[in-house]
Design a binder for this molecule. Structure first.
Ligand SMILES: Cc1ncc(COP(=O)(O)O)c(C=O)c1O
Length: 452
């Protein structure tokens, strides 16, 4: 696929006049000026169109997109096949029936089970946050315990149990400490203290801390991203995930993988298929419907069976007017079909591009005398400006040159390459990207480094 080169029509000074005008209107009518506070960044560019690997802003500028709206666009923006499936669902008068079951939710559930073997039963939600909330509630009901373990540097959604901490300032939390000793670091005001006291934060790749907490016998679940992809791409050390698996089994604790970012992006079977592990519960979102709003919670049939337990005291509520919405379901069914086709052809293309980007960038930074380590799992990547791939948030915050990262991202945006303008945010390649896109990205990176 050949796409035109990014055209810059405005001076490279961040947001153009049309973007600024829209931001001004937004601030007068939208609390905070954006509809998800995670989108509040500088430059505040208003994008008005997206196609394949490209974004177009209100001032007529074109960008090669590596943000992918926080990663759902595995196949690229407005993939024709996925959009056609959505249009076909509308044309066939599919609607929200709101009673009984529908053929499309059954088809979707069957496709999910076929893709990820640990999903013995599934439920469909609208977002990843709803799915992680269900995972936690299921685990509490299954174990009869209230406390949960989350990972520092992880993000698991916006609800009370998980709105804790992604990338806090080390000045606020201090050095790595034992579990339970972190001060409360909610991402939000308004969370009851009792809820926060039920949540224990551990460092990623720190099995002894998890073991110590599990030994209290109070932990319902360990909910963790198998790769921390909200602080770049921080992979598990060899044996860490298996250690979690074994420890959870020993202590009767539910192991729940949050694969909202890794799922379907790293492999059709999720990161768990690469790790060769079977969590008790898994949560998916984002790439599963290539940008349409859909979340999945699934796993062991006995635990998932609590959604329909005969004993009302054990039954866990799952409900949602829009669950398995026909348009999102059509998108997910089509996405999974596309990922299955061609014997892994989508993943081979993503791996090829990922390799080109990784080796090209390594060469550019080393030519410029800049210490860098590139962490990449398939199409998800992050450049850390330090001499190793970090193992947890403290490692990122202490060793990664965040200032250089921020300045480079800004210089790239000004030159038509869109990486989210915050340090150590994951970059995402899509199937719509081409080798020409990667070549242009590398050429632009070289120029940006020179200018810095
Ligand atoms: C790993 C992870 N889990 C859960 C979520 C929450 O998903 P959603 O924004 O769809 O509620 C996110 C969102 O970024 C995420 O990255």
């Amino acid at each position: 696929m050949t796409t035109p080169s990014p055209a810059r029509t405005a001076p490279s000074s961040g947001a153009g006049a049309a973007s600024q005008a829209l931001a001004k209107r937004a601030s007068a009518c939208i609390a905070g000026g954006v509809v998800s506070l995670n989108r509040k960044v500088e430059p505040s560019i208003a994008f008005v169109r997206a196609q394949g690997s490209r974004l177009y802003d209100a001032d007529g500028n074109e960008y090669i997109d590596y943000h992918g709206a926080f990663a759902p666009y595995l196949l690229g923006h407005n993939d024709p096949e996925i959009n056609a499936a959505v249009v076909a669902a509308i044309s066939a008068d599919h609607s929200l029936m709101g009673s009984g079951t529908t053929p499309w939710e059954v088809e979707l559930a069957e496709a999910l089970r076929a893709a990820v073997p640990s999903l013995e039963l599934v439920q469909i939600t609208n977002t990843g946050s709803e799915a992680t909330a269900h995972a936690i509630r299921l685990a509490r009901a299954w174990t009869g315990r209230d406390d949960i373990i989350l990972t520092l540097g992880g993000y698991n959604g916006a609800h009370n149990d998980v709105a804790r901490t992604v990338s806090p300032a080390l000045a606020d939390i201090g050095p790595r400490v034992s579990p339970g000793e972190y001060p409360f670091l909610p991402l939000s005001a308004g969370i009851p203290r009792e809820v926060m006291q039920r949540v224990h934060i551990v460092n990623f790749n720190d099995l002894p801390s998890v073991e110590r907490l599990l030994a209290t016998g109070r932990i319902a679940c360990v909910l963790t991203e198998p790769v921390l992809q909200n602080i770049g791409v921080v992979p598990p050390l060899p044996g860490y995930l298996q250690g979690l698996r074994d420890a959870c089994t020993r202590h009767g604790t539910v192991l729940a993988f949050d694969e909202v970012k890794t799922g379907f992006r790293s492999a059709l079977g999720g990161y768990q298929s690469l790790a060769g592990l079977r969590p008790d519960l898994s949560v998916f979102g984002k790439a599963v419907a290539n940008g349409y709003p859909l979340g999945v919670i699934g796993g062991r049939a006995d635990i998932m069976g609590l959604f329909d337990a005969a004993d009302p005291k054990r039954r866990v509520l799952v409900a949602g007017t829009y669950n398995a919405h026909p348009l999102a379901s059509a998108a997910a069914i089509a996405t999974l079909a596309r990922l299955r086709r061609g014997d892994g052809e989508v993943y081979r293309h993503l791996e090829t591009l990922g390799r080109e980007l990784e080796s090209g960038m390594s060469g550019i930074f080393s030519d410029a005398g800049i210490t860098s380590s590139i962490s990449r799992i398939g199409s998800a990547f992050c450049v850390y400006f330090c001499d190793h791939v970090p193992v947890d948030w403290h490692d990122v915050a202490t060793n990664h040159d965040q200032d250089l990262d921020r300045r480079l991202r800004r210089a790239l945006i000004d030159r038509g390459i869109y990486l989210f303008p915050l340090p150590c945010k994951q970059g995402s390649i899509s199937y719509a990207h081409t080798s020409e896109d990667i070549a242009r990205t590398l050429e632009t990176t070289r120029a940006a480094i020179k200018a810095l």
